[in-house]
Structures are given as C-alpha cells and as structure tokens.
Design a protein around this ligand. Structure first.
Ligand SMILES: C[S@@+](CC[C@H](N)C(=O)[O-])C[C@H]1O[C@@H](n2cnc3c(N)ncnc32)[C@H](O)[C@@H]1O
Length: 327
C-alpha cells in the first residue's frame, strides 16, 4: 500500500491528471493473513484505497470465482473507474495496453502465483514510455519448482519451455547446472537468476530499478519485489519507501560503506555532480537512497577527498549540478 500510495502521490504532485494502475494477477481484493488468518486487503483493494486514487484501474484475473469477487468491489468504490478482464494476464495485457495512451504514466503490479508471468508480457508493457513496474519475482516460492535438484531428476521439456517463457532467454540453464552440481549455493543461484531478470529489464529500457528481498519471520527468502522504471525521478522517490526499515541500514558500517562505494566509483574523476553519482549508483540492488548519497558527498568533502569546482559560499549541501572532483 505504501508503494502504491507513494506512487500515486508523486504523480499527482507532479501534475499528472491521468495515471493508471494495472493489476495483472489481481485475485479477489482480499486475502488471508498468514500470521493471523484474518482477512486483509489484497492488492486490488489496497490500490483502490490510495489517496489520491488512480484515474483508472485495470484488473486481470484468470479464475472465474475470483472475477466475481472483483466485480463485488464495484459498489464499494462507486466513484472509481475500473475495468476487469478475465483471462491469462500474458494475453489480456494486450487489450489493457491498447486502452492506455502511450505517454500516460502507468504502474503495473505483476504478482503471479507461480511461474505465470512471462517475459513477453513485461516486454509489451515496456513499450509504454511512462510505464513503471512492481514485480513479485517469486523465485523461492515458485520458479524453483521447475528446477529439480534431486539426483536422477532433471528438467523436462515442459519445464524448459516454461522457464524460457519466464526468463525470455535460456541463460538460466547454466546456473541451474551449476546449482545441481553443487558448485554454487542456493542463495548464489537465486542472485544469479535475479540478475538475469534485472539485466533483461535494463535492456527493455527499465534502467532504474530497486529490489527488496522479502523474507519470512525466520529470515528465509520468500520472494523479490522489484520496482523498475524508465526514469530516474521515478526511482528516487520510490526507493525511500523500498529501503526503509532494511536492517542493514542500521549497521555500524552502513554510512562508511556508501562513502567508500562513491569514492571507489569516482576517485580520480575531475568533473562530477550529484546528478552523475545518482545516475550511476542509485539503480541496482543496493539499499542507498538519494539522501544517503548527499550525506556521503558532504562527508567526502569534510575528509578532503572531494573538492568543489565552483564552491558556493557557506554551502555544505550539494544540489544536482554542483560540480566537484574526487581525489
Ligand atoms: C499471488 S495471487 C495475487 C494476489 C494479489 N496481488 C493480492 O494482493 O491479493 C495470484 C493470482 O493470479 C491468478 N492467476 C494465476 N495465473 C494467472 C494468469 N495466467 N493470468 C492472470 N491471473 C492469474 C491467481 O488466480 C491468483 O488469484
């Protein structure tokens, strides 16, 4: 809800009048909490209750009964504009995208149950210049089921076809082979599969992304949540929400780590700016937000590793275009 609300807020403040929400695997609007088994709001109702609301909502769901429940949401939100599509998201997405002008911002939430989200669908969404994605990459919960590791078992042709559709490429297979031989650990394999996805997103123009590794109460990975956008400004705001509460941010080394990271990336550079630093370093799997980079630059200046090219009098902070070098 946080991300959806933040997204809607950012767009409305940026003056956009029309922006859309697509829930590709919408379910019913409600789900059962695993901890308390109470009914809680699902993504559809969470999206419908953000303030300000999206101009229009598109819900796609495969299951008949769930579609009926989605229809039941209409009287609860009489003022909101939403369309419901029954069918496979990978097919219905074409109809949905036809209803959205190429230049209108949209947020597509893709929260598949198992390996039901195909790369091809992401590719279609990427054609919209202002599309942003919130993808649940359910590796731990689903995709690994198509990758048997037991002795004597191997991938069959159906699994291979499925995995090719999920990843859009065949490069998952060498990783699977390494994992099966035991030369990489489960978490190394998982990171590599994630990287295939992230590289693919980048190639589709979703250059700016962030990833949250969601874990259960026993600290075991369940799924990755990926936010991806064509525009850095989109990432800047959402990243604050994504990294908030990350335990690693509370560690003793956190601040020094980002200072070192910036220093290592740019040492010897003669003419850089916050804009250049963010362009290079905000995207990716790291948990640094914009303010962290600003703080790191201030510290580098204190440490005399950063020299301003045109110092502004009595100014400690950095705006996007202040030029400096790192020595
Ligand atoms: C993980 S649930 C989504 C939960 C939802 N985001 C929420 O917060 O309540 C996945 C949903 O996708 C539906 N589904 C499965 N395969 C699908 C497909 N190919 N196209 C569309 N929906 C599908 C399932 O019926 C299920 O309701």
């Amino acid at each position: 809800h946080n991300y959806l609300g933040a997204y809607s807020n950012i767009l409305s403040r940026a003056g956009y009048k029309e922006y859309y929400f697509i829930d590709g695997f919408a379910s019913t609007g409600f789900c059962k909490s695993k901890q308390t088994s109470k009914t809680i709001r699902g993504s559809a109702t969470l999206a419908l209750t953000v303030n300000p609301p999206f101009s229009k909502y598109f819900f796609i769901e495969l299951d008949d009964d769930k579609i009926k429940e989605l229809e039941n949401l209409r009287p609860l939100f009489p003022k909101l504009n939403f369309e419901i599509f029954q069918g496979d998201c990978n097919i219905e997405i074409v109809k949905v995208l036809q209803k959205i002008a190429d230049n209108n911002p949209l947020l597509a939430l893709l929260d598949p149950q198992a390996g039901d989200l195909y790369w091809d669908t992401i590719q279609k969404i990427s054609k919209k210049n202002k599309a942003e994605l919130l993808i649940n990459f359910p590796f731990g919960m689903a995709i690994n089921r198509y990758m048997p590791l037991e002795d004597g078992k191997d991938i069959d042709s159906e699994m291979r076809e499925k995995l090719n559709k999920i990843f859009g490429v065949e490069v998952w297979e060498p990783i699977y082979r390494e994992r099966k031989k035991g030369t990489i650990t489960p978490s190394q394999a998982r990171e590599k599969y994630l990287d295939i996805y992230l590289i693919g997103l980048k190639q589709l123009g979703f250059k700016y992304y962030t990833v949250k590794n969601l874990k259960n109460s026993k600290n075991v990975h369940i799924y990755y949540l990926i936010f991806a956008t064509h525009h850095r400004k989109g990432l800047e705001k959402i990243k604050d929400n994504f990294v908030e509460g990350e335990p690693e941010r509370e560690t003793l080394f956190f601040k020094q780590d980002i200072i070192n990271a910036v220093y290592n990336e740019f040492a010897g550079s003669q003419k850089i700016s916050l804009d250049i630093v963010l362009e290079k370093m905000l995207t990716g799997k790291n948990i640094y937000r914009v303010q962290d980079f600003k703080d790191a630059l201030i510290q580098l200046e204190k440490d005399k590793k950063l020299i301003r090219i045109n110092p502004r009098p009595r100014c400690r902070s950095f705006n996007d275009t202040d030029l400096f070098k790192i020595i």
